[in-house]
Design a protein around this ligand. Structure first.
Ligand SMILES: NC(=O)c1ccc[n+]([C@@H]2O[C@H](COP(=O)([O-])OP(=O)(O)OC[C@H]3O[C@@H](n4cnc5c(N)ncnc54)[C@H](O)[C@@H]3O)[C@@H](O)[C@H]2O)c1
Length: 371
């Protein structure tokens, strides 16, 4: 199979879909790999390193996209849709539920779009989202701490406090991968941390792990409403896979928060879980509304692009190589968990949550594969 690795074009996106190590893996299995010039430059993977691994360097994006399968990081942008062709496999993060326009364009191009974020594993977890959620969860606390500083417009609270002064009050909504990693960081810095989830089972697990160091609460609108009035930092990391994020903090509730407090909406890639959230970039990561600082960067891990690229490709390569070796049909037939990743196939939506959120007819992957 001919595999293309384009340079990412989303604003401030420095990750790359394959490293020289994973390229060498594809080549060892007799695949042809085309890496766009300077695709890995920002993370220390030079064109020479890719050539040594067996790749051909494409001088233009069009050349890198002229392949059977595209292995990338973030959702396609602008001109990239015009490089696609029918039956081409697009393997990357897509986050379609809040993105009507991207969905329409992928349907029009009749591609086979397999989204990292909806592939599941035997435990029902999201193996291709997890590494980025670990990074974003940890970063959410760093971002929050930074913007809480008076010098950055925040209310001037140090997360850990000092002797004789209370630590910051950190509220984390969603106790999954983002939430747990955020909690670890915030606890490590000495903050007072409360985590909310609507899964009692998850709250029980967190209680067992943290032995009371972390406060756990069942998530409800009333509880969130009360808690955020006294919060310094609120982090949103909820997810219903494939669906647009639920709106858990309304604009009215934001108005009750303390001046200079900070909201970090990690779920912004699925549309955001605060009503006042709108996507931002690393170039201009925050805005202030009702005197509350909002941080809503949709590709947070790109700020730690080398760590993120290595963590991401460690997770994606085992799936990508199976798709390349067997073709997407056999790979999806053989693995019902990878099949969950199929979001779009030849002009139809094949993820029920995306179809429901965007008003498309849903056709199951099983039907597409004649199973
Ligand atoms: N902005 C970024 O750069 C970035 C990077 C990585 C991940 N993310 C996003 O972060 C979000 C969380 O990812 P994750 O890997 O932690 O997911 P996860 O599935 O591990 O955890 C989500 C948690 O949310 C909980 N939840 C669902 N509905 C809830 C509700 N109403 N109230 C409270 N909790 C609720 C679930 O029970 C689950 O524990 C996703 O949208 C993901 O795409 C964003």
């Amino acid at each position: 199979m001919k595999i293309g690795v384009p340079k990412e074009t989303k604003s401030m996106e420095f990750r790359v879909g394959a490293t020289p190590t994973t390229v060498a893996g594809f080549v060892q299995h007799s695949h042809e790999v085309v890496v766009e010039k300077d695709a890995g430059e920002m993370v220390g993977f030079t064109n020479y390193m890719y050539v040594k691994a067996g790749a051909k360097i494409a001088q233009t994006p069009r050349e890198a996209w002229d392949c059977d399968m595209i292995v990338k990081v973030k959702e396609p942008q602008g001109l990239e849709f015009s490089y696609m062709h029918e039956d081409q496999i697009i393997f990357g993060y897509l986050h379609l539920a809040p993105d009507q326009e991207q969905t329409r364009l992928l349907l029009e191009q009749k591609v086979v779009a397999i989204a990292y974020e909806t592939v599941i594993d035997e435990d029902g977890r999201l193996p291709l989202l997890t590494p980025m959620s670990e990074i974003a969860g940890r970063m959410s606390v760093q971002a929050g701490a930074h913007h809480l500083q008076t010098t950055n417009g925040g209310r001037g609270v140090l997360l850990g406090g000092v002797s004789g002064v209370l630590p910051a009050n950190v509220i984390i909504i969603g106790g999954g991968v983002v939430g747990t990693n955020a909690a670890q960081m915030a606890l490590g810095l000495g903050a007072d941390v409360t985590i909310l989830d609507n899964s009692i089972r998850r709250l029980r697990e967190l209680n067992d792990i943290y032995h009371g160091r972390l406060k756990t609460l069942f998530s409800s609108k009333e509880t969130i409403s009360k808690l955020i009035q006294h919060a310094d930092l609120v982090i949103g990391g909820v997810l219903i896979p494939g669906k647009k994020a639920p709106n858990l903090i309304t604009e009215e509730m934001v108005q009750t928060m303390q001046n200079g407090s900070v909201l970090v909406d990690v779920s912004i890639d699925q549309g955001g879980c605060f009503e006042t959230s709108r996507p931002t970039t690393h170039l201009n990561p925050t805005y202030t509304m009702h005197n509350v600082i909002h941080y809503c960067v949709t590709n947070m891990p790109s700020a730690c692009a080398r760590t993120a690229t290595q963590a991401l490709t460690n997770a994606t390569y085992p799936y990508a190589i199976r798709i390349a070796n067997n073709g997407y049909r056999k790979a999806l037939i053989d693995d019902k968990l990878l099949r969950q990743g199929l979001n779009i196939h030849n002009g139809v939506v094949t993820n029920s949550n995306v179809a429901q959120d965007l008003g498309y007819e849903y056709v199951s992957p099983d039907k597409i594969l004649n199973l």
